[in-house]
Ligand binder design. Structure first.
Ligand code: 3HC
Ligand code: NAI
Length: 696
């Protein structure tokens, strides 16, 4: 392999190129090569300026995450960057693509910065459960205002070149795509002007009052919900404000090490890599995505309107069919308001909005308008009869090769496909609500779905900036099947003595944004009720069925939309617990002869997790999910599972599969029908293996 860092000399400028594809991560070889190249150039009297840039599609995307968790390899990145900053020859960094994490820290260690107009900058370490540990928390506050440093470091997002210039993070923007030329030009200009080295560390840090900082800390803590990294980021920024640079660096190292050795960081790194691994499916090799430009959407309710919005935001042409003109108009208004929301937050330009509403989007009541669609996504009522009817009609109208997709939450995609003469073109595309916001897309592969159609589903997901997960066909696919399992376990805990409010508190303390019953109230209790009625015919008599949710629905309490559900939704006071709900639950306990007992938060979580992991192990064992990591990514992106816990399978490995299996066996003493251990879980325990071993 060629050296990842190369120097050439051009008119007295040492031009240092970093070439470590795909993203120029700061591996040991890059760190070593970089510091040696800079020091060699500094020692050479013929060199008047140094210029560093990245080869390929991007500047440095950060430390090499694949080295994390392994014994450290010197030189360390903080030392490398300090050494670069210390040279007396003026040093320029030329940036393109994304300068992220250690990449931006390297740039901050150079003396001058120029960037292409398309370049973006960020410190995303917090998303990996750590902090910028190579001086980023000390140098950034010496350039940008504290409020901005707090936002960038604790938020982990990116900013564009224009903002970076305004903030003084870069000195110049250059149009075009020749980053090397931009860097060399700046270096030559600096030499001509007689500029000298300008170390960031020598500047005074920006500050805010202790009161303002305390306020920022309070906001960050509230948002962190159990994640430790943002808190340590804040402590490091505080050190930048209050300590001399070197002491600040020492403090940054302490705070970094604390995070680096905590289980939260490996969990988030698992999530990072798994989000990339989920796209690696067999059909990526055997299938070729079909060209999709024109999309039809059937049904413009909650999901149809969201799916149409998502497709329009991805630049696709969309025709949405409703049952009648009135419903079509309502759907058009919903789509328009979703898109207006995207304009408001800067996700969509006004001109694009106008172009969409004036051409790329239309509604109809005639499926005949789908004749030239490349893909039609059905999002009508969750009824097999209605769906079969829709697919029968689509089969007659759509052109050969068009993909016919269903957004069903639970129903059998093979049965739907059987209504057409082309089951190879039928697939499930299960979006999550709100469909234009949620990142998860389950791509449900039927028995006859062709590899091209599967590959097309993944390509569509990517185009819509979603994370696609491959699922086989079963009731509820990966996500909702697991949801049903843990909902049953939680209902069991409620019957045993917990209240819905205890459950929500325990789940929120565990790291979820909302507990199960809050979510149910938000989504609408009628959806789950309809599904339970559908399942009633096939329900096994051995199932310990909890009825309180049905009783609540029978009172017309469907959650937030009716003002009452598990909670009272008061306009002024928010969500309030309700004695009527507690009475319904108490009645059911009395009917069933259950004496309520104290259930600790820990027991609630143990039941929740054991049910989730057990069902997930069944799903992996049956081949519905390709790997445990596919389950993790589903729960992280569709069900609010805390990212810093890495997903249920990662969590299971962390606490130990034996403990999970033992919990299941304990709970089975109360209900041995529900708590049947997954064969895969038993096998892994017997072999002393982990779920992670199946990801490889
Ligand atoms: N280290 C190692 N591998 C990395 C990496 C990194 N920092 N960043 C990306 N990769 C890998 C990906 O895993 C992927 O590998 P694969 O092809 O084998 O799946 C490949 O590079 C391409 O990545 P993407 O598929 O994500 O490519 P995109 O073009 O979609 O995105 C990106 C590029 C925006 C750079 C995105 O990869 C990204 O956000 N990377 C992570 C950036 C990051 O978190 N940096 C901070 C690192 S921690 C740090 O710097 C600590 C320091 O403060 C001490
Ligand atoms: P909804 O009731 O809000 O919308 C359904 C829409 O379909 C209505 O506007 C109705 O007029 C229209 N419709 C019914 N029959 C039609 C037909 N033959 N032709 C054209 N339009 C027709 O329902 P929602 O919530 O949007 O659900 C739709 C589908 O998406 C269901 O299969 C559901 O299970 C699934 N889903 C729902 C989620 C949710 O959170 N609401 C999440 C993921 C999937």
């Amino acid at each position: 392999m060629s050296e990842p860092v190369r120097t050439t000399v051009e008119d007295g400028i040492a031009v240092i190129e970093i070439d470590n594809p795909p993203v120029n991560a700061l591996s040991q070889a890059v760190r070593q090569g970089l510091v040696e190249a800079v020091q060699a150039a500094d020692a050479d009297p013929a060199i008047n300026a140094i210029m560093i840039y990245g080869a390929g599609r991007t500047f440095i995307a950060g430390a090499d995450i694949r080295e994390f968790g392994k014994p450290p390899l010197p030189p360390s990145l903080p030392d490398v960057i300090n050494d670069i900053e210390d040279v007396s020859t003026p040093t320029v960094c030329a940036l393109h693509g994304t300068a992220l994490g250690g990449g931006l820290e390297t740039a901050l260690g150079t003396h001058y910065r120029v960037a292409l107009a398309s370049a973006r900058f960020g410190l995303p370490e917090v998303n990996l459960g750590i902090l910028p540990g190579a001086g980023g928390t000390q140098r950034l506050p010496r350039i940008v205002p504290i409020a901005k440093a707090v936002k960038m470091i604790t938020g982990g997002g990116m900013i564009g070149a224009k903002e970076a210039l305004e903030l003084g993070l870069i000195d110049e923007i250059v149009e075009g795509d020749d980053v090397r030329a931009a860097g060399v030009a700046m270096a030559k200009r600096l030499v001509a002007e007689g500029a000298s080295a300008r170390p960031t560390s020598a500047r005074a840090a920006n500050t805010v009052s202790a009161e303002d900082f305390a306020q920022m800390m309070a906001m960050v803590s509230k948002k962190a919900r159990g994640l430790k990294a943002p808190i340590n980021c804040m402590k490091a920024i505080e050190a930048a404000m209050t300590l001399p640079f070197e002491e600040g660096m020492t403090r940054e190292r302490e705070l970094f090490t604390e995070l680096f050795t905590d289980p939260q960081s490996p969990a988030m790194i698992h999530a990072f890599f798994s989000e990339r691994e989920v796209a690696k499916i067999p059909e990526m090799k055997t299938g070729t995505p079909r060209d999709i430009r024109k999309v039809g959407v059937v049904g413009g309710g909650t999901m149809g309107a969201g799916i149409a919005t998502s497709a329009l935001l991805a630049g696709l042409d969309v025709t949405l069919a409703e049952r009648d003109t009135e419903a079509a108009e309502k759907a058009a208004a919903t789509v328009s308001s979703h898109l207006a929301g995207a304009v408001k937050v800067g996700k969509l330009a006004q001109a694009k909005y106008d172009a969409i509403m004036g051409g790329a989007f239309r509604t109809t009541t005639d499926y005949g308008d789908f004749a030239d669609a490349d893909l039609v996504i059905e999002a009508v009522f969750e009824s097999m009869e209605v769906k079969k009817d829709v697919f029968g009609q689509l089969d007659k109208i759509c052109k050969p090769g068009a993909i016919l997709a269903s957004n069903t939450s639970y129903l059998n995609v093979d049965d739907i496909a059987a209504m057409t003469s082309r089951p190879q073109d039928v697939i499930g595309l299960h979006f999550f609500s709100p469909a234009h916001m949620m990142r998860l897309l389950e791509v449900v592969v039927g028995a006859k779905t062709s590899p091209d159609v599967v590959a097309s589903g993944f390509a569509l997901g990517k185009r819509m900036k979603k994370i696609a997960v491959r699922s086989g066909v079963c009731d509820g696919f990966i996500g909702n099947r697991i949801l049903n399992a843990y909902a049953r376990a939680i209902n069991g805990a409620v019957l045993a003595g917990a209240s819905p409010y205890d459950v929500d508190r325990a789940m929120q303390e565990f790291g979820l944004a909302m507990g199960l019953f809050r979510v149910a109230d938000l989504a609408g209790l009628d959806i789950g009720w309809a599904n339970r009625k559908r399942m009633a015919e096939t329900r096994d008599p051995r199932e310990q069925y909890s009825e309180f949710a049905d009783r609540i629905c029978e009172l017309g309490r469907f959650g937030r939309k009716t003002g009452r559900g598990f909670y009272i939704h008061d306009k002024d006071k928010g969500e309030l617990p309700d004695d009527e709900v507690l009475a319904i639950i108490a009645n059911e306990r009395a009917d069933k002869g259950i004496a309520a007992r104290d259930i600790s938060d820990q027991e609630i979580i143990d039941r929740y997790m054991a049910a989730m992991i057990n069902e997930a192990a069944k799903i992996v064992g049956e081949g519905i999910a390709l790997r445990p990591l596919d389950v993790d990514i589903t729960l992280l992106n569709g069900y609010g599972f805390p990212r810093w816990r890495g997903g249920p399978m990662h969590y299971a490995d962390a606490v130990g599969l034996e403990k999970i299996l033992n919990d299941i066996k304990t709970f089975a003493e109360e209900d041995d029908y529900f708590w049947q251990p997954a064969p895969l879980l038993e096998q892994l325990v017997a072999e002393g293996k982990t779920f992670a071993s199946l990801n490889r």
